[in-house]
Ligand binder design. Structure first.
Ligand code: ADP
Ligand code: MG
Length: 285
């Protein structure tokens, strides 16, 4: 069944914002399928609809038309109460602005503990889980500091820990490295990769920066509210070897054609073996 294979599936997804008498069509028929355990980027210029798509996947916005399913949730038909529950359990979100990710007057430890307050965990269990996350993401040296006393990169890694606090199967990040220099960006993106690899969390990162493609396993493009291309990447070779256009047609890059050597292993599927749940973040069913 489609729902079993894909963690996220969107078909003909539209989002129209009404601003006084004007209608802004932010998404115009997005078709997208993301498997469990994928590490994927969505790359597009400013205004292409990336944040709108991510906000719909996070349950912050409701779509105007089309289908969108995440796990067992049908986000088109979801009511407000269900959306709150969905956000609490199913998704972690990292924003570009660190100010949106971390509470300024709480230290890193308490920031990570905060989303757990609404869970059924006892105080002792919560502290243990926070400690495990801190260790996992290497945040020991800054756990007692306030956000203003750590670097931008450290803030974003702390934000990843906050997003993972309730062990969501899906991590969404909207331009998470937008305010960071190249070196720090690499560090943050590699942490996301680490989370994906070790927890099996599905990770979707949106950005306007095509360099992100070096850090993910698959990258798709967005333009004018639509998915325009899909680039399959081999991390080993870092070469782009096949492009699927928005109509499903396959385009093979010229340099590969000229070498007449097409990787027969090129495949649309991701490595399922990545879904290895760490005992720390084992999801409670
Ligand atoms: P991106 O994240 O790729 O920069 P957005 O999803 O933020 O793109 O925006 C896509 C389009 O939708 C833009 O034209 C933007 O102005 C419009 N838009 C986004 N959010 C709203 C909103 N809340 N109200 C009206 N228009 C919006
Ligand atoms: Mg945006």
């Amino acid at each position: 069944m489609l729902e079993d294979k894909y963690h996220i599936s969107c078909t003909g997804l539209y989002k129209i914002f009404k601003v006084s008498d004007l209608e802004v069509v932010a998404l115009r028929g997005v078709d997208l399928a993301i498997e469990y355990g994928e590490l994927l980027s969505i790359v597009g210029a400013s205004g292409s609809g990336k944040s709108t798509l991510l906000n719909i996947l996070a349950g912050y916005e409701s779509p105007s038309a089309g289908d969108v399913n995440v796990g067992e949730f049908d986000l088109l038909g979801i009511n407000q109460k269900e959306a709150v529950e969905y956000r609490k359990k199913e998704v972690g979100f990292v924003w570009q602005q660190t100010g949106k990710n971390l509470v300024p007057y709480l230290d890193v430890f308490s920031n990570i503990e905060l989303p757990m307050m609404a869970s059924e965990l006892s105080g002792k269990e919560r502290k243990l889980k926070v400690k495990e996350l801190i260790e996992f993401l290497n945040l020991d040296s800054i756990s007692t500091r306030l956000p203003e006393n750590i670097s931008g990169g450290e803030q974003q890694i702390a934000a990843i820990a906050v997003a993972l606090a309730n062990q969501p199967p899906l991590l969404l990040a909207d331009e998470p490295t937008g305010e960071l220099d190249d070196e720090t960006s690499d560090m943050v993106l590699e942490k996301m990769r680490y989370v994906n690899k070790n927890f099996g969390t599905t990770v979707v990162i949106v950005t306007h920066d095509p360099k992100i493609e070096d850090h993910v396993n698959r990258s798709i493009g967005m333009r004018d509210g639509k998915v325009v291309k899909e680039v399959l990447k081999s991390r080993r070779s870092k070469n782009e070897y096949v492009v699927i256009d928005s109509f499903g047609g396959v385009q093979i890059p010229q340099e590969i054609l000229s070498k007449s050597r097409i990787d027969s292993k090129a495949s649309l599927t991701s490595d399922k073996s990545k879904i290895s749940l760490n005992k720390i973040l084992k999801r409670k069913k």
